[in-house]
Design a protein around this ligand. Sequence first.
Ligand SMILES: [Zn+2]
Length: 68
Amino acid sequence: MTTFTEAYIYSDQPTTCPLCGTRSQVILNLSHTKDKTEVHKCLQSNCGYEFVMQHDQDFEPVRLLNKT
Ligand SMILES: [Zn+2]
């Protein structure tokens, strides 16, 4: 197993690479396990960054930018 040093919390935004902002692809889906994580890989061939997205059921998106 690859060791990942960073985890990112899901939001309601499409998952993108934290380095280059390109949309990412799920390469390992562990969302059905107790860890509730997905391993994503950047679709940008020059980047290819792999990172972990983590489901957190207690996490509620905060919409600080939505000023109506
Ligand atoms: Zn990337």
